[in-house]
Structures are given as C-alpha cells and as structure tokens.
Design a protein around this ligand. Sequence first.
Ligand code: DC
Length: 251
Amino acid sequence: MLRLHSLHSSRCLTKSPVDKAPEVRSAGLVIAIDGPSGAGKSTVAHLLAERLGYLQIDTGAMYRAVAYLMHQAGVDTEDRDAVERFCRDIDIRLDRSDGFQRVFANGQEVTGHIRTPEMSLLTSRISALRPVREAMMQAQRRMGAQGGVVLEGRDIGTVVFPDADVKFFLSASAEERGKRRFMELVAKGEQVTLENTIMAVSLRDQQDSQRDLAPLKMAEDAIAIDSSGRTIEEVLDSMVMVCRNTTHTRN
Ligand code: DC
C-alpha cells in the first residue's frame, strides 16, 4: 500500500473514493499549479499556500522520492512487473513544519539526495511509468480531496484534479529556467555548467511533454502566467487575487 503523509496534515490517509471528484471541499479550494521545471512553481506554491493557510503538496518531490528509492533498490525500470510490485509498498512523507520541505521515503530522509542532476533525469524517466503515476495520482487525490490545498506538478489540472477550482500554468523561457536551476545547483556546491544545465532543463521538458501518460500540457481552463522577468511578489499577488475572487464567488 502506498502511504503519503504530511506532518502538518491529518487528512492524507482518508479512504474516500479516489477515482472521482469529491462533491464537498470543506477545507477550501483545490488549486493546481502546473508547468515545466524551473518556472518557480515550488516557490510560489509555498508562498501561496502560506498566504491562504492551505496545505502545499509538491508532487515533483513525490516522484523524485520514488526515483531515489527505485535507484537505491536497483529496480529494473524496464521490468513492468517489478515496477508494479515496487509501487505497492512505498511510504512517502512530506514535512514542511519549519517552512523548509523535508522528504522521507520508506522511513529514511531523502531530502538531500533527490535534487541532483542525475536524480532529475531519472525522475523524469520513471514518472512516465504507469504504475508509478497511478500510485502517485491516487495518493494526491486522497490528500487534496477536502480542498484547502495547493498542488504543484505537471498534470494536476489535466489529470489529477481536472475539476480543480483554480488552475495556473506557470512557465518561463528555457534559458531563464536553466539559469535559475544553475544558480540553485551552484549554491548547493554541485559541479555544473550553465550550458549543460539549460540543456538538461530542455531535455526534461521534452521528456515530460512527449510521454504518453499525463504529459506536461496546459489545461484548457488554466490561467497562463509567464514568470520571465517578473518578481515572485508580482506573480504571487496576481495568483492570490484570482484565488480570493474564486472563494468570494463560491460563497
Ligand atoms: O517539479 P520537479 O522538477 O521536482 O519534478 C521532477 C520530475 O517529476 C519532472 O521531470 C516530471 C515529474 N513530475 C511528473 O511527471 N508529474 C508531476 N505531477 C510532478 C513531477
């Protein structure tokens, strides 16, 4: 069984049906933020969740944790049965208690291992596998069922919560996203070059957008936001306004 916990949420293990949208979202809106890597989703999702008092779910971190576990266990990603068996028993925990996200997988903290360039590429590969996506989607639907949640990823507004109350699609040019990723990696002491980082970002975009299952694409009813050349505050303010208007209209 896949278990996903968040230390500041007690609603992650509800056994509600996961294959259809819940009718009542008593805790607030379901907000989807999709977009390519490096567009700033995690930062704005975190700040938006904070402003609204919502729970944030970083679905990319979930896929990264699965990739790390599979790598560690030496699972052959070409062996569908092995992948399926592996996905039946994964325990992922997200802890955001100090404003800093920590990720635990099968009892071990994996936070420091899941954001290397190698893990990024492996995650992009394993996230195209059906058993992995099924397991993650079900866990994400359970966690968001009651609302009051900001989910960030690639397929939230198209597949996981096609009936999300607010959908954003956040993007920026590949160069700008590559530059941001490069600065993050350098700050962490990774030996990378700007050119290679931009290339890796573009390669991941390609893998994520061209896969058969839940490819990265903008939902028809999503609000497109290009973060190139805009400050976080500008982007965040426009998002908060949309969410508050939606809440106001609903009440
Ligand atoms: O957001 P991120 O860069 O941490 O995501 C890591 C990888 O996980 C990314 O290459 C695509 C995959 N992913 C996905 O397929 N679906 C999601 N909802 C989130 C991430």
